[in-house]
Every structure is written in C-alpha cells, then in structure tokens.
Design a protein around this ligand. Structure first.
Ligand code: GLA
Length: 385
C-alpha cells in the first residue's frame, strides 16, 4: 500500500469503505538520561520527539478488528477481538492487537472492534520507541472511541502490559509514559516506582542549543533476550542485597554493596546506582544552570553504558566520541542500546559541523551513513482530528 499522491485518510477510505472517525497521534521519545533504570524502579528524563505514530480509526460494533499500516503492503489483518490471546497474532499486528486485548481486560470487555490504519514517521529500530508510540496511539484512539475515560498513566501502564504479556518484551514503563505524558518544551522527570512526574522546562532553542539525534542504523530487537538478561541480572542483584529494587541502594552504600555481589553483577549495579544519580544531577543542573549544563552528564552516562552496562556498540561509541571531539557539549546512546541512536547536545551553530563529523567518521569506518534528526521537546499523545 502506498500513500504517495493521496492522503492517509484517503487510503483508509479506499481500504475500509468509509472515513475514519478520528486521528490519534502518539510520539516517539529520546531519553536524555536515566537508561536501564526504569525496571529498577528508578528515575528517567525523556522528551517526546516531533515524530509520531498516527492511528486513523473508526469503531465497529461487530467485534471485528481490522489492522493495516501504511508501512506494510497488502490487505488489512482481520481479527476477532473476543478471540485475542497472547501468542495468537504474529508480526507488527501483535502490537496494536495487544493493546486492544489489554484494554478489553481492563475495561471489562466494553471494548469492541475497529478499523485501524497506522501511519508513522518514527524511524523503526532506531531506539526512538516506535513500538511504544504505536501502542499509545492505539490506546488513545480506543480510549476515546469507546469512552473509557482512562488517564495518561493508566493508558501507559496498559500499553506496557500489552508489550510485556502479549508481545513478550519485558520493557519498563519509560517509553509508554514518555509517549503519553510528555509536554512540548519540557522533559519528563519520572519516578518509575510510583509514576509521579514533573515537567521540567527545557528550552533548547532559547539556550542556543540543538539536540541532534544520530541514528546509527544498527538495529537490535529488544525481544531477542539481551534486554531480558540485563533485567534479570538487576533483579537478582536486588534480591541478593535484600532490597525491593536497585533503586533502594543509596549511593553511599554502593561500595559496600558491591563487595557482596558476584563479579558479573557488579558493573550492572554500579551503572544503575550512578545513573539514578545522574538523573537527579541533570534535573538540578537544568534548573540551576540551564540545558548546557547537561553536556558532561550525558557523556558520563554513555561511559557507564559502554564500560559497565555493556549496551553500547562500536557504532554508538564512535558516534558519541566523534560528536564530543567535534565540539558537542555531551553525547550518549539513548534507549535500550545495542545500536539505535545517539543524542548529542550541541551549540546550534556547531550542529552542522558535528553531524558532518559523525557522517564522515562512519564513512571512514565503513559503516552505513547515519540518519540525522533534530529533537525538539514535543507533546505527548493526543487526538488530532
Ligand atoms: C527500552 C525499554 C525501556 C527502558 C530502556 C532503557 O527502551 O523499552 O523500558 O528500559 O530500553 O532505558
């Protein structure tokens, strides 16, 4: 299916024989700092990006769920909502189906079918949470179409359980909360234990700064086990230390705690505890000295992921190091890792030069040309039409 020369609403009509009743958008995100802290009940500081997944949808009252995507050629996938079950839907359609399944469970089956067409400009596999954006767009659409009255936090939790239980990816809550709850012009300071959140103003343009997103185009599927293994390692460490979660380990107690752990868990715990500190420090610096002060914290976060948590890779290391060498105030990989994107905070007049230096370094190393975006703190999920 193609959208060339026609609107997405037009494609919807062609496909389903009637117009959508609305369009709901939910953005991707970049995380400024606080990586691999969310499944440790810790702190994160993401922003929503301008790129979003849009769900064009119309409610149906016959229990049929039809799903299509402008990115996937071919006819719509047709499902019976009452028959949805984990493991029962393959491929991309599992994500929207998962959300309908979890909403039905939460809303006592008041949720029925719909015709849905998804359209997205969030780069997939780039560590920018295209899956969470898709889930949140669908959740927001069904919340409105079926007048469920669920709030942003509830929808984020349902989207996360859709991914955990139906798709089988043991992700934390950061991406869904970022997509649901972020605001334009602000970063979301989120405590992932109780979901208390503060919108911290982040005026990059006003400070003469640009946040570059350098997509290394190295793709890593979170479902493939490495993420789950890291999460399990953190949970094992917390259990050995007698703590509910690693968030409960105070920085002052870290050196003593590390002596009580097997060698393979030491770097994991060191990363999580110091990363939670970096989030606190980032919020304090942002409020006291403005966004430029984030630079060194980003770079320190990357070093911790590279040397302790081992979620970086040669491409993300090269992008981050090259950006800093070319004048970025700081740079780090963002998201789950093993590829994906690096963010670099740069003075706007240096943005072209820094991006160019990374492109050149990738060419010299024989890597695919990175895709370069500029992230502006953007709004969370909303109805658009
Ligand atoms: C992925 C997960 C998030 C979070 C990050 C790492 O994006 O979906 O829940 O764990 O990795 O910070």
């Amino acid at each position: 299916m193609t959208t060339t020369g026609t609107t997405v609403a037009g494609v919807f009509e062609e496909l389903y024989g009637h117009a959508p009743e609305g369009v709901w958008a939910a953005p991707g995100r970049v995380n400024l700092i606080g990586e691999h802290t969310d499944y440790n009940d810790g702190f994160v500081l993401p922003i929503a990006i301008p790129q979003a997944v849009r769900a064009y949808a119309r409610r149906r009252d016959d229990g049929v769920l039809r799903l299509a995507s402008t990115r996937v050629p071919g006819a719509a996938v047709e499902l019976d909502v009452a028959g949805l079950a984990p493991g029962g839907v393959a491929g991309w359609a599992a994500y929207p189906a998962a959300v309908v399944w979890t909403l039905r469970r939460a809303a006592r089956h008041e949720v029925g079918g719909a015709d849905v067409l998804l359209d997205s400009d969030v780069p997939g596999g780039a560590g920018l949470s295209s899956s969470a954006a898709l889930e949140c767009a669908v959740a927001t659409a069904f919340n409105d179409m079926y007048e469920l009255g669920l709030g942003a936090e509830e929808l984020a939790l349902l989207a996360q359980s859709a991914e955990n239980e139906f798709v089988g990816v043991p992700c934390g809550i950061m991406d869904q909360m970022a997509s649901m709850a972020c605001r334009a012009g602000a970063a979301l300071h989120l405590d992932t234990r109780d979901l208390s959140a503060r919108h911290v103003p982040l005026d990059l343009a006003g400070a003469g700064l640009t946040l570059l997103v350098l997509d290394t185009r190295v793709q890593h599927d979170l479902a493939d086990g490495a993420y789950a293994a890291l999460r399990a390692g953190c949970e094992r460490a917390a259990a050995l230390l007698g703590l509910p979660a690693l968030r409960d380990l105070a920085t002052a107690d870290l050196p003593a705690a590390l002596t009580r752990l097997p060698a393979d868990l030491v770097p994991l715990v060191r990363h999580v505890v110091t990363e939670n500190d970096r989030v606190r420090q980032a919020v304090a610096e942002l409020q006291r000295h403005g966004p430029a002060a984030l630079g060194p914290i980003l770079t320190a976060g990357h070093a911790s992921l590279r040397d302790d948590y081992l979620t970086s890779c040669p491409e993300t290391d090269l992008a981050a190091a090259t950006a800093v060498a070319a004048g970025a105030l700081g740079a780090r990989m963002t998201g789950g890792g093993f590829g994906g994107s690096v963010i670099a905070l740069v003075a706007t007049e240096r943005a072209e030069a820094v991006a160019g230096a990374v492109v050149d370094a990738f060419a010299a190393a024989g890597y695919a040309e990175p895709h370069v975006y500029r992230a502006v703190p953007s709004a969370g999920a909303r109805r658009e039409a």
